[in-house]
Design a protein around this ligand. Sequence first.
Ligand SMILES: [Fe+2]
Ligand SMILES: [Fe+2]
Length: 186
Amino acid sequence: MKKLNQEAMKDIIRVKSLISADVETLLNQQIKKEAQSSSAYLSMASWCDRNGFDNSAEYFFKQAEEERQHQMKFFRYVLDMGGSALSPEITNVKIEYNSFREIFEEALDQEISVTQSIKNIAARCHKEQDYVTVEFLNWFFKEQREEEYKARRALELFDLIGEEGTGRWEIDKHVGKIHYGNEAGE
Ligand SMILES: [Fe+2]
Ligand SMILES: [Fe+2]
């Protein structure tokens, strides 16, 4: 009898989610944000490819894949914590851009907004002493440091090189060489 009770207790513990309903909601919003980022980058890759900026197209294809991985990381985390991960619906994906430069401006804005949104989740987690999720989020802060650096670097090229003459062609060439970090990967 005693053994049975212990088994029953275990089940009760197992069904309980390890994250609060509020944190679960914020994480699901983040899943959507990462999916939106991925779709936006894919659109940017398409525009760049159509307009002859092959290196930038490759750069954005890679970013699109990374955002998909971010989405999956959040998705699996919610499930691992006993929550419900929701597959998001992505609508209103932009297809046309006014200029080559506008794409990089939007890319940087997007990364800044993602960093802010992860900060908001962390703030909520600190408030309710959810240090498990805080620890999980730390990987993303490091990732955002890299993502924002690359997006800023790309945009800087427009001022450094200038768009006149073969400028855009030169910018595209340099976008392909943007690199972050040292050999240790820090
Ligand atoms: Fe991301
Ligand atoms: Fe990103």
